[in-house]
Design a protein around this ligand. Structure first.
Ligand code: ADP
Ligand code: ZN
Length: 635
């Protein structure tokens, strides 16, 4: 925190001027301008915008423009330092109050707030419930309240935080202060809960398109997950930063280890690691290039690293909302990225079991079960994945051309007879001795395998023994998985993964219902490395070299300052510089992402790198080496 004058104070403090001079951007995105003008004028707002859509500016610019301090309520204590660092690097006067601070630091922040020297103040929600904090805010001047990650107030959603419920007091205690609630979760249920619980009934609502066109969605059957994941990384994302989500701590550890052994720079992250290790892994992920974070869903909310190139799920997410939020962490910078999920029969069985064993009441289980069904429907769809995702958020769209089902439309087949064979085997097992068996055993019977268990129970004598040899074991698993997803089969709540019939099964057995199944792709479509480079390679070759030089210069600066690389400059900005090769500060200032403060701090370095690269880009190999030397000398 500093005592510098307000950012962009040299000229008029209009939203457009702040956008350009402080943030270095020349135009607003989507509805940013309307939202900002509405809040600047004192209005309340509810903003639903996908990850990477540009929510932060929607409250940061009004906070800078309006008199007083914008108070940002955020659950992400661990990220407040980075957020404040990023703002300080732009010359914005920002600070936070949270439990990680000592008394002295806290007093300094409070004093700055009271003196009117802060544009933005970040607070954890539990702080606001403390009377002394509220009293502090009363004594200073609050320009607005921004409630970030507002879906945390919703019990329908997946990140419910009881502390958020207390935020309903904001309206009573500070009636004249505009409030803006923001989230990347867009289901109607969540939207309604945010509006009600935060008492934003008379706010203006801004609902952006939730499409993330640069993310390619792919879901494939899970056979050997780690081998499949390695294939994805090696063929399409070598050296890229990515996040791999696993359900359990054990699988996080196992997967991270396997990746490291395969030469991938991977780190584990889960709630079982001590706080220090978690913080250091998170910091490395943010600060270093090309780290793969293997994590439980404890990781990622609020991580605004812009250049995460892929998000992989090795286990089935519990809900479409969760899946969309997690995959949304890829490609915030708008460059091509991959969301990849491997999913298998075992996932369905396991999720159902977890659900049955969970402590929630009946209503909770119904809700969780509805979430899971929607997720399964997405996995098994033969339609465009993106269209289905957007439909889930109430937004209609056309097939996208950038998901696996669009790129390689899956075949469907008439699975009625197969389903009948499977269901009637289950009926027979049930009738016989009221003994129940899981998918593996049922499939063994269909394939006519005399396993010890089959022999022990005399199941080789069943009428359905060996009647299913037209399909492979893998194909049968696909059938079971899809019948589960379609509600034609269920997993009993007995903890053994026993398959049982549902109310709808009878219509299949009687032949009155046709079952369409999707043929599992043997290989999901994969963009080759060359294709990906082409997608990214709108930079000519020599510009790519400038880009790489700028990147290594940036790594050095970030290390020196102890901040993430993107706090210095985003990839998109470095690409802009490399493509346009500015030769004067005025030219550099026109590149998107170069504002006043950064021009002042880094302009000379950047121009020197561009100049030496330009000189070197002529012929020989020795030139590159001397340009490297020049880069060192300008630092
Ligand atoms: P969100 O919080 O919605 O996930 P951010 O606020 O982090 O998204 O913005 C995503 C990225 O887009 C950031 O790198 C941000 O600087 C950039 N950005 C936001 N608004 C604009 C704009 N108007 N022009 C250019 N870049 C922008
Ligand atoms: Zn599609």
């Amino acid at each position: 925190m500093t005592t510098t004058p307000p950012p962009g104070s040299a000229g008029p403090r209009t939203p457009a001027a702040v956008l350009e001079r402080v943030f270095g951007y020349d135009s607003f995105r989507g509805e940013q301008q309307e939202i900002i003008e509405h809040v600047v004028a004192g209005g309340d707002a509810v903003v639903l915008m996908p990850t990477g859509g540009g929510k932060s500016l929607c409250y940061q610019i009004p906070a800078i423009v309006r008199e007083g301090t914008g108070v940002v309520v955020s659950p992400l204590i661990a990220l407040m330092q980075d957020q404040v660092d990023a703002l300080s690097a732009l010359g914005v006067r920002a600070a936070f109050l949270n439990s990680t601070q000592g008394a002295e630091e806290r007093r300094a922040v409070e004093a700055a707030f009271l003196a009117g020297e802060l544009d933005l103040l970040y607070l954890a929600p539990e702080r606001l419930a403390v009377e002394s904090t509220a009293a502090l805010l009363d004594r200073g001047r609050v320009s607005l309240f921004a409630i970030d990650e507002a879906h945390c107030v919703s019990q329908w959603g997946h990140d419910f935080r009881p502390d958020y419920l207390a935020l309903s007091v904001l309206a009573d205690r500070w009636p004249g202060v505009p409030r803006i609630a923001l989230t990347a979760t867009a289901t109607e249920a969540t939207h309604r809960e945010i509006t009600e619980r935060l008492r934003l009934g008379s706010a203006r609502h801004f609902v952006a398109s939730f499409d993330r066109p640069n993310i390619q969605y792919r879901i494939e059957p899970k056979n050997e997950p780690i081998r499949q994941l390695l294939h994805l990384i090696r063929t399409e994302h070598a050296g890229d930063a990515g996040i791999v989500y696993c359900l359990s701590r054990a699988s996080v550890e196992k997967t991270a280890l396997a990746l490291v052994e395969a030469g991938v720079a991977a780190l584990p992250y889960h709630a079982g690691l001590d706080a220090r290790t978690r913080a250091s892994h998170q910091a490395r992920f943010l600060r270093e290039d090309g780290i793969v974070m293997v994590a439980t869903i404890a990781f990622g909310m609020g991580i605004d690293k812009p250049d995460v190139r892929f998000v992989a799920h090795l286990d089935l997410p519990k809900s479409v909302e969760g899946y969309y939020q997690e995959t949304g962490r890829a490609g915030r910078d708008g460059l091509p990225s991959t969301a990849w999920l491997a999913y298998g029969l075992q996932d369905v069985v396991q999720q159902r079991q977890l659900l049955d064993r969970s402590e929630g009441d009946a209503a909770f289980k119904r809700r969780a079960s509805a979430h899971l069904d929607a997720m399964l429907a997405l996995c098994e769809t033969i339609e465009c994945r993106r269209a289905q995702l957007l439909a889930y958020f109430g937004q209609a769209s056309q097939p996208c051309g950038n998901c696996d089902t669009c790129l390689e439309p899956p075949e469907s087949w008439d699975g009625t007879v197969a389903a009948q064979k499977l269901l009637s085997t289950i009926v027979r097992l049930w009738r016989e001795r009221h003994q129940r068996f899981g998918a593996g055993h049922v499939i063994d019977i269909l394939l006519g395998k005399r396993t010890p268990r089959v022999a022990q129970h005399g199941h080789d004598g069943l009428a359905t023994f060996g009647i299913g040899t037209e399909l492979t074991e893998g194909e049968w698993r696909g059938v079971v998985r899809q019948l589960l997803a379609q509600g034609l089969l269920a997993v009993a709540a007995d903890g053994y993964g026993t398959l049982v019939l549902t109310d709808s099964s009878a219509s299949v057995l009687s032949g009155s219902r046709v079952v369409r199944l999707r043929r599992d792709a043997v290989r999901a479509p994969r963009r080759s490395r060359a294709a990906r480079v082409a997608a990214l390679g709108d930079l000519p070759r020599d510009a790519q070299e400038v880009f790489e030089r700028l990147r290594s210069w940036r790594a050095g600066v970030a290390r020196e300052q102890g901040v993430p690389a993107y706090v210095v400059f985003a990839d998109a900005t470095l690409r802009g510089i490399a493509a346009t090769r500015p030769s004067s500060p005025a030219e550099l200032a026109t590149v998107s992402g170069v504002g006043e403060r950064k021009l002042e701090a880094y302009g000379a370095d950047v121009l020197a790198i561009v100049a030496t690269s330009a000189a070197a880009s002529a012929p020989a190999e020795g030139a590159a080496a001397s340009a490297e030397g020049a880069v060192d000398s300008v630092r």
